[in-house]
Design a binder for this molecule. Structure first.
Ligand SMILES: CC(C)(COP(=O)(O)OP(=O)(O)OC[C@H]1O[C@@H](n2cnc3c(N)ncnc32)[C@H](O)[C@@H]1OP(=O)(O)O)[C@@H](O)C(=O)NCCC(=O)NCCS
Length: 125
């Protein structure tokens, strides 16, 4: 369901977009995945990860048919509320800089683009 939503929303495919990885997330951090419901179906998601040091957001996605109704902003706000209750203070999201709606959303949510840092990645075999 959630994997299908990410595909339908056009989320950039990731190496952990599979049922095993999703189950591992929920085993590791049962409350990290928030979903938004509207009209009896799941229309949006966010992963709010907290490792005891920093908080990171992943997989913010809203179905195209449910966009511009404030659902992403509500997901971010609720995730922030939960992270703050756990002690998180510094929150960040990885955002594709050419994806205008995503950039606009994070700016609207009060986040700033930290141009001092780049992302270094490696995928383990
Ligand atoms: C980005 C995304 C999550 C936004 O979801 P959404 O529910 O439509 O966003 P919201 O309705 O909460 O928007 C809140 C504010 O963000 C900004 N915003 C959101 N989408 C925008 C768009 N397409 N163009 C311009 N501004 C936009 C606006 O300021 C908006 O407020 P407004 O509607 O009052 O103008 C959604 O477009 C999506 O799922 N995109 C594909 C996946 C993706 O890029 N995810 C982000 C990964 S970092």
């Amino acid at each position: 369901m959630v994997l299908g939503l990410w595909r339908a929303a056009g989320s950039v495919p990731g190496v952990s977009d599979d049922p095993v990885s999703l189950e591992r997330l929920l085993e590791t951090s049962a409350d990290a995945l928030l979903v938004a419901e509207a009209d009896g179906r799941i229309v949006g998601t966010i992963i709010a990860a907290w490792d005891g040091w920093r908080a990171n957001f992943y997989r913010l996605a809203v179905l195209p048919s449910a966009r511009r109704r404030g659902i992403a902003l509500q997901l971010v706000n609720e995730a922030e509320r939960r992270l703050a209750a756990k002690g998180a203070r510094r929150l960040s999201a990885i955002v594709m800089s050419e994806h205008d709606p995503a950039v606009a959303l994070w700016l609207a949510a009060g986040y700033t683009h930290d141009t001092r840092v780049g992302r270094y990645v490696r995928t383990l075999p």
